[in-house]
Design a protein around this ligand. Sequence first.
Ligand SMILES: [Zn+2]
Length: 133
Amino acid sequence: MAKWTGRSKGRKNNVTEFGKEMVRRSKSACELCGESGRSLSVYEVGKTEDEADLERCIHVCDECKNTIKKLNEAGENDLRFLNHAIWSEENTVKAAAIHMISEIEERHSWMDDLIDAVYIDDELEQICERMKH
Ligand SMILES: [Zn+2]
């Protein structure tokens, strides 16, 4: 997973505009764990390309961001946000949760249950594909 860097100027403007949209979409709550009142930042799931792929961006709190940066070091309880994220109305957030579960090496059974429970339609599958490295 790549960190948001905002390299080119065009990209930066793009990101600023998008940042506003993210605030609206997330209603100022972390899209992964659902907590509000935390500082949020935009996180691009998967690889970072010159052109930001806004459909791979989620609005996350610092705590979740730290967890997803080191997914395989995270404890089971740190990953509970997946329970919340996978039921998001936003396909991007859903896809992010699916993507993260697929990246976890030591998967717990409840994570597999989540994947089994969620219905993956074509649109969702496409976003998941784009998140792959
Ligand atoms: Zn969070």
